[in-house]
Design a binder for this molecule. Structure first.
Ligand SMILES: Cc1cc2nc3c(=O)[nH]c(=O)nc-3n(C[C@H](O)[C@H](O)[C@H](O)COP(=O)(O)OP(=O)(O)OC[C@H]3O[C@@H](n4cnc5c(N)ncnc54)[C@H](O)[C@@H]3O)c2cc1C
Length: 506
């Protein structure tokens, strides 16, 4: 029986991330592997101990390190130069928990929780949950990220009552050179025996937990999480090209999603998920794509169809990547035509799937552009107008997607308003679009329009901007970092060019 271990991976010293937005020039590359038997907590204790030894060896060698999840972030925050990389994707087992694993066994339903290893993919979590008749509440639009990788940036979807994916997390195991920590809210969740058996020291502290939820890869290496799921449910997708008017944006700004759905979607139902894709050239007054999901109780008598027929891949990034392959010359207002072609007749007939069945993994999209800013939903019309005016004037051509996210769930969650909107700009890449996007961000800043940016996508973050965006929450996050990594040499171990640019590394 093999135990969890780290192997050195031979071969490439030049490593590109999934969407080929950046290259790491590595000294060494390693892989973290699950064991193949035994209890989950034993596998996790073994892995955490191996990771700690590996970190101490890197410290001794004086090289920076970087864990990599799905390698999907386009902001290159999974890169490290002249350092050691740890690929986590094969440390990917999921385990059920029993009542006696919890601090207060009678007060929780153990079936609602799962212990996951630090490299498990969102897709794998969906599959495991499906087997035990459970589901995630929300995810990003695709499922190829690892759970800790997705949490690291606050990856979100557009479920109207949900925050980012990190909202499922109830406990996090983090390894640093100086310790193996089991971080939970101060109320506590897991029993002392369970925590000891995972090889960790308990940290029951609300600030530490809130910092660990969106860690931006800067607090240590996440080797395990406990996540909470909900009973499985079905969703019915609705996908349509709509006439999108300024009134509609006002309706969305008010959060009257039912009214939006009555006008453009299935009548008589509250929507579970609402997403709108439009263009910066004509954000309203033209055509837009609406993707709406309705939630229904689970039953087994539905016809299983492939994810594409449930609307998977109708996020703007996948659509634009498809369009770019079909029409490499596509720019500007042609995006409207692309949306029309991409959506075709849409999906309005009755089809159902579980949450996991509505998702698929996207193909690598080198040469594409993907950025996202978050704003207060109460300022949606004003923000969208300012954004589109500045972006299209500067010659940027991407689709613009509106997604709705609840705020909170982590000190560094970019969804900072109780009702936040994520405005994604996805499309063909190129210097022109990047320049226009940066000009647009400058314009928003000049006009005093409050916004934050996605940690995992293209951005213009600087330490000053991050400090202004997160204020006291950033100070609290730093205080936690300095508690988990008190030795400056340990902090330097996790410092990269990209994280220094965010002001999250010294
Ligand atoms: C096609 C595509 C679709 C996307 N869709 C969405 C979407 O719908 N919504 C959205 O919000 N975002 C979306 N994104 C962005 C993406 O979800 C985030 O960038 C996410 O963080 C990537 O997860 P990952 O596992 O690939 O992490 P990586 O890119 O590998 O890593 C992200 C960060 O986490 C760190 N990290 C990874 N694993 C660990 C670990 N075990 N311990 C400590 N740190 C770790 C890395 O070092 C890095 O700093 C999309 C990106 C692409 C390319």
């Amino acid at each position: 029986m093999a135990t969890a271990h780290i192997v050195e991976l031979e071969g490439r010293r030049e490593w590109e991330n999934y969407h080929r937005t950046g290259t790491s020039h590595l000294k060494k590359r390693y892989g973290l592997r699950s064991g193949d038997g035994g209890r989950g907590r034993d596998d996790i204790a073994q892995a955490a101990s191996e990771v700690q030894k590996w970190l101490l060896a890197a410290k001794e060698e004086g090289v920076p390190v970087r864990p990599v999840g799905g390698a999907w972030s386009l902001s290159n925050i999974q890169l490290v130069q002249n350092g050691w990389m740890l690929n986590t994707r094969r440390f990917n087992r999921c385990f059920r928990l029993a009542g006696h694993d919890f601090a207060r066994p009678g007060s929780v339903d153990p079936g609602a929780f799962m212990l996951i290893e630090g490299g498990v993919q969102v897709d794998e979590v969906n599959d495991k949950l499906q087997e035990i008749e459970r589901s995630l509440v929300t995810t990003g639009a695709s499922n190829g990220q690892t759970f800790p990788g997705a949490c690291a940036t606050g990856t979100h979807g557009s479920v109207l009552t949900a925050g980012g994916i990190q909202q499922h997390v109830r406990a996090v195991q983090i390894v640093t050179p100086g310790g193996i920590y089991w971080i939970e809210p101060s109320a506590g969740l897991m029993s002392d025996d369970f925590i000891r058996e995972t090889g960790s020291a308990p940290v029951r502290d609300d600030d530490a937990f809130a910092a660990a939820l969106v860690a931006v890869g800067s607090l240590g290496i996440v080797t395990a999480m406990v996540i909470e799921s909900v009973p499985r449910y079905l969703v019915r997708p609705w996908l349509k090209l709509i006439d999108f008017a300024r009134d509609d944006v006002e309706t969305l700004e008010r959060g009257d999603f039912r009214a939006f759905s009555e006008k453009h979607g299935l009548k008589g139902h509250d929507p579970y998920f609402v997403m709108v894709i439009t263009t910066p050239y004509r954000p309203w007054g033209g055509k837009a794509v609406a993707r709406i999901l309705y939630q229904f109780p689970y039953h087994s008598r539905y016809e299983h169809v492939e994810p594409g027929k449930l609307g998977a891949g109708y996020d703007a990034q996948s659509m634009m990547a498809w369009a770019l392959r079909q029409f490499p010359w596509a720019r500007g207002q042609i995006l409207q035509l692309i949306m029309r072609l991409g959506v075709g007749k849409g999906i309005t007939e009755e089809r159902y799937g579980t949450w996991g069945e509505t998702l698929e993994s996207s193909r690598p999209t080198a040469d594409s552009f993907s950025a996202a800013l978050f704003c207060d939903r109460a300022r949606l019309v004003h923000t969208l107008e300012a954004l589109c005016t500045a972006f299209s004037r500067a010659g940027g051509s991407t689709a613009v997607t509106l997604r709705f996210v609840k705020g909170g769930y982590g000190l560094l969650s970019p969804a900072r308003w109780e009702n936040s909107v994520a405005i994604d700009c996805d499309g063909p890449g190129g210097e022109g679009t990047l320049r226009a996007y940066r000009k647009m961000l400058d314009a928003l800043e000049r006009q005093g329009i409050e916004h934050t940016l996605h940690w995992g996508k293209i951005n213009n973050l600087t330490p000053a901007r991050v400090a202004a965006n997160y204020g006291d929450d950033l100070s609290r996050w730093r205080a936690v970092r300095d508690r988990l990594l008190p030795d400056p040499a340990d902090r330097r171990l996790f410092a990269t060019e990209e994280l220094r640019a965010f002001g999250l590394a010294d």
